[in-house]
Design a protein around this ligand. Structure first.
Ligand code: ADP
Ligand code: MG
Length: 207
């Protein structure tokens, strides 16, 4: 389990920032882990602000909600830039569904960390084709701490790292739930891709 790093050595030191990334497939517990870390920061009486992309209102307009129904109040933002103003004075900033933001999220997180904020970002590392998703891979590169969490493959019970799309759409972004996606292991993901469109099948064939 991730334990917050201790900063400073007991003396008064200027606030120091860093970036944590929590990534994995759908249903892997990213939001749960994000909420756990943020709640601990709140218990430690730190000033916490949570953001999510304005386009993701699947579960709630304002709250970040996990699949096991934990939730925490958040502020929906259209652009990462908005976080710089809204998070001024915060000790900890949480971001969920990072994959839905554009690449500018990376620079915003770096700026926040540079000015002394602890930044915790959760997001999908791969899209439904198994390709790196949005700004998450670059965030993993600049983060001090990266935690990859896993779901359980609904086909065979193995560790799952892929979000297999059951729905027919081929858009990279399709907001959905258990009716649209399944957590799958590598083997069951590739098996499923073979039965899909020619493009999907070619992704599977490359492996
Ligand atoms: P994420 O944010 O990564 O999509 P959440 O934190 O919202 O995940 O939800 C994780 C929870 O989802 C688990 O604790 C479990 O209750 C539930 N869940 C549903 N399907 C699965 C699965 N295939 N593997 C693991 N957990 C699952
Ligand atoms: Mg989530």
């Amino acid at each position: 389990m991730f334990i917050e790093p201790r900063v400073g050595n007991g003396r008064e030191v200027p606030r120091r920032g860093w970036i944590e990334v929590v990534c994995g497939s759908m249903f892997s517990g990213k939001t749960e882990e994000l909420i756990r870390r943020l709640n601990r920061a709140k218990i430690a009486r730190q000033q916490v602000e949570i953001f999510k992309p304005a386009l993701d209102t699947r579960y709630h307009e304002h709250d970040v909600v996990s699949h096991n129904a934990n939730s925490i109040r958040s502020t929906p933002v259209a652009l990462p830039q908005e976080m710089l103003l809204l998070a001024s004075g915060c000790d900890v900033v949480g971001v969920d569904e990072a994959q839905f933001f554009d690449e500018s999220l990376v620079d915003v997180c770096v700026q926040l960390a540079n000015r002394g904020t602890r930044v915790i970002v959760a997001g999908l590392d791969m899209d439904y084709m198994g390709k790196p998703f949005g700004p998450v891979p670059a965030l993993m590169a600049v983060a001090e701490y990266v935690t990859k969490v896993h779901a359980v493959c609904v086909r065979c019970g193995e560790i799952a790292s892929y979000s297999f799309r059951i729905a027919a759409s081929e858009d990279q972004i399709l907001l959905g739930e258990t009716d649209s996606y399944e957590a799958r292991c590598r083997h069951c993901f590739l098996e499923g891709m073979k039965g899909k469109s020619p493009e999907a099948a070619s992704v599977a064939a490359k492996h």
